[in-house]
Design a protein around this ligand. Structure first.
Ligand code: NDP
Length: 292
């Protein structure tokens, strides 16, 4: 048996196209152009690449892109002042502060200074609380992308056993909340979980968000399960996921590859979130299928 490959590249292209069409309609019918501001502090090479890609894709979707590149020694006061200006700017509907921030800056304080309605990363404590209580929130992009792929493949997820390996605030926890919202029976596993292979074998849906190349083996997977590999690990052999793909693909029913799986969905969902934020702030209907 060979699993269905969940093609994140194609899926992300479809999400971007739907965002673009909706943006064009907003511009034509309402004269509103959704705008995304991205703030980068310092020179981290990976972050620079991410920010550049975000800017390019924002423009390609027909939205306005505002890039703010600040020196590595920028003070907290200066960064907070910039965020206050962006919070007040009506042309800016989404604000993203690229993480990680240099060590002298308090990331929690900075993220929580973004007005929650413009927090397109979904990391503000208010959005975390809204998601946790099943209310309308800005949802973190990577888990949102995973959920979109799962919904497209399964339709209803109700009653399925979902195991999320990893409990970070960025991926694992919000992913678990989203799956609970879909009425899955959710288990969150982490580095202290006992008999992880057995826990994974109970999963109809297995989400790997660990950061350890090929840790999840084929024999840990229930035959026919859907496996979403969030891991992006740089190895001597190139990019690797958290799942041993060659083994897993012979057992799973469906699997997302690395690269070409969840990765492309993250920026596509950032664009979707910016559009959603713009619709909400203008009292317009939200784009269907691009949010929860
Ligand atoms: P974190 O390092 O913040 O969290 C990793 C989690 O994995 C922790 O909860 C940790 O447990 C758990 N873990 C570590 N080792 C083990 C183990 N041996 N057994 C079980 N659990 C373990 O990572 P992130 O959540 O930020 O990212 C996870 C992966 O996803 C990374 O590879 C990252 O690059 C990738 N990623 C990909 C994105 C994309 O766009 N596709 C976006 C964001 C992340 P504990 O809490 O006990 O320490």
């Amino acid at each position: 048996m060979t699993a269905t490959i969940l093609d994140g590249k194609a899926f992300a292209a479809d999400v971007r196209a739907r965002v673009k069409a909706h943006v064009s309609q907003m511009v034509n019918e309402h004269g509103i152009t959704p705008g995304l501001a991205v703030v980068l502090v310092g020179e981290d090479p990976a972050s620079r690449v991410y920010v550049r890609n975000k800017g390019v894709q924002t423009l390609e979707a027909g939205m306005a892109s505002f890039e703010h590149k600040l020196a590595v020694d920028t003070t907290e006061q200066a960064l907070l002042a910039l965020i206050a200006r962006l919070n007040a700017d009506p042309a800016v509907h989404g604000i993203l502060v690229q993480l990680p921030l240099p060590a002298h800056l308090n990331a929690e304080l900075v993220i929580n200074s973004i007005t929650p309605d413009k927090d397109v990363d979904g990391f503000h404590i208010s959005n975390v609380g809204l998601l946790g209580t099943g209310q309308k929130a800005m949802v973190p992009c990577t888990p949102l992308g995973c959920l979109m792929m799962l919904r497209a493949h399964h339709g209803s997820l109700a009653g399925l056993n979902a195991v999320v390996v990893g409990r970070s605030n960025i991926v694992g926890k919000p992913m678990a909340q989203l799956l609970l919202g879909e009425s899955c029976t959710v288990t969150i596993a982490h580095s202290r979980t006992r008999d992880l292979p057995d826990v994974c074998r109970s999963a109809d849906i297995l989400i790997a968000a660990v950061g350890r190349p090929h840790m999840i083996r084929g024999e840990w997977i229930k035959p026919g399960a859907t496996v979403i590999d969030v891991g992006i690990n740089r190895t001597d052999m190139g990019l690797a996921g958290d799942v041993a793909f060659a083994e897993a693909v012979t057992v799973a029913g469906a699997i997302s590859p690395v690269p070409g799986g969840v990765g492309p969905m993250t920026i596509a969902c950032l664009l979707a979130n910016t559009l959603t934020a713009c619709c909400r702030s203008n009292g317009l209907p939200e784009p269907e299928g691009l949010t929860v």
